[in-house]
Design a protein around this ligand. Sequence first.
Ligand code: UDP
Ligand code: MG
Length: 315
Amino acid sequence: MKKITIIIPCYNEQESIPIFYTESTQVLKALNYDYELIFVNDGSKDQTLITLRQLSAEDPHVVYLSFSRNFGKESAMLAGFHTATGDFVTIMDADLQDPPSLLPEMLKILEKGEYDSVATRRFSREGEPVIRSWFARKFYQLINKISEADIVDGARDFRLMKKEMVQAILAMNEYNRFSKGIFGWIGFRTYWLSYKNVERVAGETKWNFWKLFKYAVDGIINFSQTPLSIASWFGISMTFFSFVALLVIIARRLVFGDPVVGWASTVCIMIFIGGLQLFCLGIMGQYIAKIYMEAKHRPHYIISETNKSDIDVIH
Ligand code: UDP
Ligand code: MG
């Protein structure tokens, strides 16, 4: 019998987990597949771990991995992929924003053999602040223009994949992980399912505007080298501009005998160029910071407790 693995990253999800467990188990039991639920406790500060211990004691389908601290959703997903043993693997939010009721349809599409993964996207962003939606849309337009990672607007991490695809994801062993980009970069044939945005059942979102902004910048830096060439373009156009300005000034001096006027404009230009130089240095700094973290080869996560015996607790 084929097996489905569901990976659920959990950060302070004590209220959502029991609801998620009941609902997903109901869907999975009705299918003709073996299954496992891998809950990854990402250093929660609430009763998440206790809830998971209880669940795993009651149900052998439940596996839990508990991190030594909060490593972030990307690390939680990676730990899930390392542990997954299923033929089909998927990530799901603990808050039921990824409806388990879509699973049977997703499986049907994969079983036909034409596709390697079924991904989901929200076709509406209802319930989200207007400014956030606007920035999100702009981000997707930008990153698709300047990188090879083919990222779909509104795409969720909820996608059912064949195990070959999981192997490809694991082969990308970078420290700075940006899954939306990784999924797009590895390719494979993907079928897109759209559904209406669902609000979380309990608890609170872990994202605020600033975190999302930083996430977007990270995504761009991880998958595009275009920002690095901004400095060269500024440099070339400024050199050209200053050359033209020089000719104009010489001509003016020769024809009209104009004395030099205005120190204010000179200072403005100096400040402007200084600003541009620092901006470009800053971009380079961002890339160097990433290289620095990659070069350290630190583990992606540390597991301090689990109910599974044969896994690498540090990876
Ligand atoms: N999550 C996590 N580690 C974190 C933040 C979030 O494992 O540091 C989990 C969280 O418990 C949830 C999923 O990632 O299951 C998505 O988080 P959330 O629902 O807050 O994001 P949103 O759906 O609002 O984008
Ligand atoms: Mg959510």
